[in-house]
Design a protein around this ligand. Structure first.
Ligand SMILES: O=C(O)CCC(=O)C(=O)O
Ligand SMILES: [Fe+2]
Length: 253
């Protein structure tokens, strides 16, 4: 029997299946091509403004069982701002969305491994992949919600939580840029062998999802594909409040 969520989440639960169903309608041919070319793809308007508002409201209004921990970034040298990791069982809207995303992204993850000559193949279903994480001692939920105020930022980093790494992750912008906040751009950097790092700013509108490489991706060079290291972060929020939702596909040790 599926466990019941211990905290009531009426507003976010209203939209449970729609975002995951909507994902199927996105132009995945284009998204896969963008991921191969740049290591990032934007899926516009994955969530509606009311869906964004209801999810963002969980940050302050959810009961004590929705999140498993809160991180104050300045205490760890991660930047300035805070985030909370969701606990299992995830709110259904997130669980459905993460499973649906995985179904589309496993093909890219396997294509990237093939390009890099890595024999490992990711299973087609997220449930199977999570079993592999659990068998390796990675059992804690990694989806998270981040909250930044004026002056906050997120230092460049990689979300690695153990030996099992699914190479793509998703960030969904829940706040409306230009009205809820100013500044605060999602930034990716790409560190190529023997070269200086290349920055890439990913402009997002409210409800857009950015899919990007967690830690590395294949880039075609003169002698086949090589691996480049990727990091992501957020530039300083100039004013207002910026809330995002992060979906990471591996669990944490
Ligand atoms: O707030 C953002 O745009 C980035 C969030 C992030 O680092 C993550 O979800 O892993
Ligand atoms: Fe991150």
């Amino acid at each position: 029997m599926a466990p019941l969520h211990p905290d009531p989440i009426p507003a976010a639960a209203r939209h449970a299946p729609e975002p995951a169903l909507r994902l199927a309608a996105h132009d995945w041919t284009r998204a896969h091509a963008e991921l191969d070319a740049d290591g990032v793809a934007v899926l516009p308007a994955l969530l509606s403004p009311p869906e964004c508002a209801d999810l963002a409201a969980l940050y302050d209004a959810a009961g004590p069982h929705t999140f498993r921990s809160k991180v104050v970034m300045a205490r760890h040298g991660f930047g300035r701002g805070e985030y909370k990791y969701f606990d299992y069982p995830l709110p259904q809207v997130l669980s459905l969305l993460r499973t649906a995303f995985y179904g589309h992204l496993a093909a890219t993850a396997n294509r990237w491994n093939a390009m890099l000559g890595i024999a490992h193949a990711y299973p087609p279903s997220h449930a199977e992949y999570l079993q592999q994480c659990h068998a390796a001692g990675q059992t804690r939920a990694t989806p998270l919600m981040l909250r930044y105020g004026a002056g906050d930022y997120n230092c460049l980093h990689q979300d690695l939580y153990g030996a099992n790494i699914f190479p793509l992750q998703v960030v969904i912008l829940l706040s409306r840029p230009g009205s809820a906040f100013e500044g605060g751009e999602l930034v990716l950097t790409e560190q190529r062998p023997r070269m200086q790092s290349r920055p890439l700013v990913v402009p997002l509108a409210q409800g857009d999802a950015a899919v990007f490489a967690v830690s590395h991706r294949p880039v075609r060079g003169s002698r086949g594909f090589h691996r480049v290291n990727m990091r992501h972060g957020v530039s300083r929020i100039c004013s207002g409040t910026r809330t995002t939702l992060g979906l990471i596909f591996h669990d944490a040790a």
